[in-house]
Design a protein around this ligand. Structure first.
Ligand code: G6P
Length: 609
């Protein structure tokens, strides 16, 4: 997803902008650019591809000299990745330069209007409309021009704007797209997220929708769209630079896989009292309110949706409340059957995923109670939900999620137990046992890390693989969905997950000698059934890797390879089972020399539909 950085201060802007853009690389992008105000005017340099292309281009021309500028990493929406479509964009007069995250929904009609007035467009982007519109609205005053222009926009935007007539000020404005303002002794920044500025400061303001900020070297002022000043509180970011860098690992993904025990401990510890009881800080629901829910919906995207699939099995089994799980992009348009007797749980690492945010709003419109599980404090989904439980996973940089998935799972378990106690579907002693077992998960995950070398060796067999099938039943199936996504998104191997019982209804026809099947056999009561399916595919030539618990030693005699993992309560097995499969995906992608942290065409945070 696109990234924004901007700086005005007492030191040259270009190096800081390029550094900030590199910190934003993890968001996924296909072109990058910077605009710096120099003596002669605004100088824009931009390039398709990685930031190193931009650096090379700058090195070949000249490094813009100036103390104020804006920068952008673009993930194509309107128009292909190209130098022309990269941001920043000039206005016709070159008085303004603009960077933009989001989508201007009325760009076609604005463009038609501007073309009729003689504006010439050099790109296919919706953003260029903003730049020319600034010229069109120009009244001699930078601030009031931005306000007039913004009022013409429909859609979502985080905009960073510079004006050559005011060579010490950046103005930014936002709607439905994240933007922060950060202050430091070098000067002041705008950024789409804090990672871009963590090396310089931890003091930030989170911009809300329809707020405008004016930044100069020494001051930051906030206004509403009526031009009235607003007071905002500065927030201290506790994430340190180390937490946002690779910490000695080759990739963020492996670093984040290894951070899972700590992240789970951090997520659990404030929620479990020393007496072993659940205390869900972010939930204001009484037991009576919980008992009134006739149905729970869980809705999310990507891996967060896969957490929801686990949630359905676990909450239904423990609390005996019917749970539906739905992709947010489907939920939002299906006129969902939710009302005041429904709880809608939204799961999102970033808290900004467009479809999940809209699913939340749809649920609220229909009167449902909403609870979100979010990693980014103050994000839109967190702010707009009735209740929010934060996963304390820290910043997740790798596009393929691991520690956010795991921490989301641990909160799902706590919600399930809390609800089961409220509905009296389980006794206190069952809850106590489960909680005690949950607390052992981090240590058991650490034990799984000892299998890293053998998983690495297995992954070498997958280097030239074309197709993989993950099979499992019940919770094993829920984990298969995530394991399959992990493998495919980073290694580019075609992979699918199937409920093992469905194989015979079609997919088994794809099995031929050399096909790889990964059989998940950790749901104790169904292991034999999945093993039968494994035998069926082996009889047709498939090579089978089995993931099972230490006590199922017989699997080794049946399957080609077996990964044995520690045992826990059957409902908690997903937390352990997913870890070797994350490692398998990682090492397979590594042996195929893939761009692991930034897989092609993918973005960490998907803030458009
Ligand atoms: C992208 C990420 C996934 C993530 C999904 C939902 O596709 O690559 O890792 O699961 O978005 O993101 P969210 O921030 O809402 O969890």
């Amino acid at each position: 997803m696109c990234g924004i950085i901007g700086f005005t201060g007492n030191t040259e802007a270009a190096p800081l902008l390029l550094d900030g853009l590199e910190k934003l690389e993890y968001r996924g992008y296909d072109s990058a650019g910077i605009a710096v105000i120099e003596n002669e005017g605004i100088n824009i340099i931009k390039s398709e591809g990685k930031i190193k292309n931009l650096r090379e281009k700058i090195a070949k021309s000249h490094t813009p000299k100036g103390f104020i500028g804006i920068g952008h990493t673009r993930w194509a929406t309107h128009g292909k990745p190209s130098d022309e479509n990269a941001h920043p964009h000039y206005s016709k007069s070159r008085r303004f330069a603009v960077v933009h995250n989001g989508i201007i929904e009325n760009f076609a009609e604005l463009k038609e209007e501007l073309v009729a007035k003689g504006y010439i467009f050099h790109s296919e982007t919706d953003t260029e409309v903003v730049a020319h519109l600034l010229d069109d609205c120009y009244d001699g005053d930078f601030f009031s021009t931005v306000i007039t222009m913004t009022k013409r926009l429909v859609g979502s935007y985080a905009l960073g704007i510079v004006c050559k007539d005011v060579p010490d000020k950046i103005i930014c404005v936002k709607k439905a797209n994240p933007l922060i303002v950060a202050v430091s002794d070098k000067g002041n920044f705008i950024a789409s997220d804090i990672t871009a500025v963590l090396a310089y400061t931890r003091d930030v303001y989170t911009m809300q929708d329809d707020e405008v900020a004016i930044l100069s070297e020494k001051s930051v002022e906030f206004f509403n769209l009526d031009g009235e000043p607003i007071n905002k509180e500065i927030e201290k970011v506790t994430w340190n630079v180390d937490a946002a860098s690779k910490g000695g690992y080759e990739h963020f993904m492996i670093k984040e896989i290894k951070e899972q025990p700590e992240a789970i401990r951090a997520t659990l510890s404030p929620r479990i009292t020393p007496e072993g009881k659940i205390n869900l800080d972010g939930i204001s629901l009484s037991d009576e309110q919980i008992r009134k829910f006739k149905r729970i919906y869980i809705t999310a995207c990507g891996s967060a949706y896969h957490v929801g699939v686990v949630g359905k099995y676990v909450i239904e089994q423990l609390a005996r409340i019917p749970v539906e799980v739905d992709l947010a992009s489907e939920f939002r348009y299906r006129y969902p059957l939710v009302d005041e007797d429904t709880l809608v749980i939204l799961i999102s690492q970033s808290g900004t995923t467009a479809d999940t945010l809209e699913a939340l709003r749809e649920a609220k419109r229909r009167g449902a109670r909403t609870l979100s599980i979010v990693n980014v404090v103050g994000s839109a989904i967190a702010t707009e939900s009735d209740d929010v439980l934060y996963t304390w996973a820290g910043p997740e940089i790798s596009v393929a999620t691991t520690k956010a998935y795991s921490t989301q799972l641990s909160l799902i378990y706590l919600i399930a137990i809390k609800f089961a106690l409220a509905t009296k579907a389980i006794t206190d002693s069952v809850a106590d046992e489960l909680i005690a077992e949950i607390l052992t998960l981090p240590e058991k995950i650490e034990q799984i890390f000892e299998l890293e070398e053998s998983i690495k060796r297995i992954s070498e067999r997958y280097t030239y693989l074309h197709h993989a099938y993950f099979i499992g039943r019940n919770l094993d199936y829920a984990v298969a969905l995530e394991a399959s996504l992990k493998l495919k998104e980073i290694s580019y191997i075609h992979s699918e997950a199937y409920a093992a019982g469905e194989l015979k209804h079609g997919t088994i026809s794809l099995i031929e000698p050399g096909t790889s099947v990964i059989a998940l056999c950790c749901t104790e009561r169904l292991v034999e059934k999945t093993i039968s399916n494994a035998k069926e595919v082996m009889a047709r030539g498939a090579e089978v890797l089995c993931v099972t618990t230490e006590d199922n030693r017989s699997c080794a005699n049946i399957c080609d390879y077996t990964i044995y993992i520690p045992k826990t309560h059957p409902l908690l097995m997903p937390s352990l089972e997913v870890v070797p499969l994350q490692l398998l995906g990682y090492y397979t992608a590594k042996s195929r020399k893939c761009d692991i942290d930034q897989p092609r065409n993918l973005a960490k945070s998907v803030t458009v539909e």
